[in-house]
Design a protein. Structure first.
Length: 249
């Protein structure tokens, strides 16, 4: 377990630090291997970080030509829908930077069957990373948000996604265990072993409603009801947290 816990007094400092850390890691990976494979997080929290990557000075320092963009999770809505994680990243960053469409690998959502969407992305990752099925893709960076219920990416508590050990991508229905999930749609998500195999994981969480889940991740003793995000403790790579003071107690 290699945790780096950064806590910021205000959100603008948090987003600037996260954006600078992405650029630094991308430059390091490109210098070492010639490429940077990132899986973007959805939700609202990373929006401002993405926006900073699309403007000066960071937009000029980011090695866009060597960057391949994937997604950690997606909502089962059309990609042009405002609730789509891709749509959020597109508006905040992707459409403003020098990325060709061949460098962006969206999670498909057009199939009515969410499991088929997950299978398609699972197959795409296998083709892209050319690994045997008993191994997991070596993302340079997986970005992931955490929910108040302790979910990470779209691995929601009580769903089979939590215990998935073979697949790289799966689907889940968060409403099966929590009818109050917003937006109330099924999800497609990378699985725990994919997060745990990444070189780096950046976790962004702000606000008091995330504090209980974060405390469960950091607790040295196993909490009575461990949050799903506690799977971060079994990451092979470095997990860097970007938290505001309210998310820490
Ligand atoms: C989703 C999101 C989800 C998100 C967290 C945090 O599809 O629901 O990707 O996993 O990252 O719920 O969301 P916020 O950043 O909006 O708080």
């Amino acid at each position: 377990m290699n945790f780096i816990k950064n806590v910021y007094a205000d959100e603008s400092a948090l987003h600037l630090a996260a954006a600078e850390a992405i650029v630094a890691l991308a430059c390091h990976c490109v210098a070492a291997t010639g490429r940077f494979n990132i899986a973007l997080a959805g939700g609202n929290t990373p929006r401002q970080t993405y926006a900073l990557l699309a403007v000066a000075p960071l937009v000029r320092r980011m090695p866009w030509a060597q960057t391949r963009v994937y997604f950690s999770d997606e909502r089962h809505v059309p990609l042009e829908h405002p609730d789509s994680n891709y749509h959020m990243a597109l508006e905040a960053m992707l459409k403003r930077v020098s990325l060709r469409s061949e460098q962006i690998f969206t999670i498909p959502t057009e199939h009515d069957d969410v499991a088929a969407c997950a299978e398609w992305y699972n197959d795409l990752l296998h083709v892209r990373f050319q690994r045997r099925t008993d191994r997991f893709p070596p993302f340079d960076l997986v970005m992931a948000g955490v929910g108040p219920d302790g979910h990470i990416a779209s691995i929601f508590p009580g769903t089979p996604a939590v215990t998935e050990k073979q697949l790289w991508v799966t689907s889940c229905d968060p409403l099966s265990t929590n009818p109050k999930v917003v937006p109330p749609v099924k999800r497609i998500t990378i699985t725990p072993p994919v997060i745990q195999n990444a070189g780096h994981v950046f976790v962004m969480a702000t606000g008091a409603e995330k504090a209980q889940a974060m405390a469960g991740v950091f607790a040295s003793a196993e909490p009575l009801r461990p949050p799903v995000a506690r799977l971060l403790r079994r990451c092979n790579g470095t997990v860097t947290f970007f938290l505001d003071a309210k998310a820490v107690r």
